[in-house]
Design a protein. Sequence first.
Length: 327
Amino acid sequence: MTLNVTMRSALIGSCMALAASAVSAAELRGWNIHVEDYPVSIAMESFADAISAATNGELTAKTFHNGVLGSQPDAIEQLRLGVIDFGEFSLGPFGTSVPEANVVSLPFIFGSIPEMYKLMDGAVGDAIGEGMIKRGVVPLGWYDAGARSFYNSVRPINTPADVTGLKIRVMNNDLFVDMVASMDGNATPMAFAEVYQSIQTGVVDGAENNPPSYESTSHFEVAKFYSLTEHLIIPECLCMSKISWDKLTPEQQDIVMKAGRDSAELQRELWQAREAASMKIVQDGGTIVNQIADKGPFQEAMAPVYDKFLAANPDLAGLVEMIRNGG
């Protein structure tokens, strides 16, 4: 039996309407390594709410917290392939695939957190963003991850010599391995989720991170010495797969970009409050916190790291100087 023209037209129209509805009601899937009450997580939920409100629910976003969609390196690759639509990542691991992003992982490259905000919201952020887009990732906002400092279970660190012989977990980036090696320490790249048990069992002596990460993971329970070297100020990126980005209409792209930038402003405010609260928690929990009276020797020890980086990436010398000169 054949369908008449009217029935065929009605069926085709219904199918097209269903397809259009599926596209317009798309849900973006997001990756996040942090717990749900973390500043990053709250800001990502705000990002999702803003997208839904601005599109009247035609475009929504769901963030999967606690790294349930995979490890950070795996999630970055899934993002580039469009398997994950958006996520929030440290720029540290991006350095292996985006040379421009590696610049901010150079030790002591930023003089302060306010300086980092200014540069990342300006020409420096634009330059790094262009490199990321070429490799399939669209930055939506630069988040604050504070300053990273060393913590360990053995001794306080006051000079580079105190790092000698310590086994320190670092993110998977040659720059961080070289940074620890320049002070005669033993760098051990490993997944973030493995750090607590590795310190507890002596696989590593410690790690390096910001106060909220040190506190929220309970690393302070097994590594009581927290030395405020503040050697790395590495921005984080709320970013989107370019594959997913290219599927959006220009109007949706504007909405997503604005929501991303607004979420970054919120995250920075939340971060500063959380950092102060985290420091109180770890100190109340018995952590021995020491300030570094003179960071000059640490900075001098990093000269080989800079020399090696610039020898391998001479085209990035201008970007390094731009940051060092404050933009």
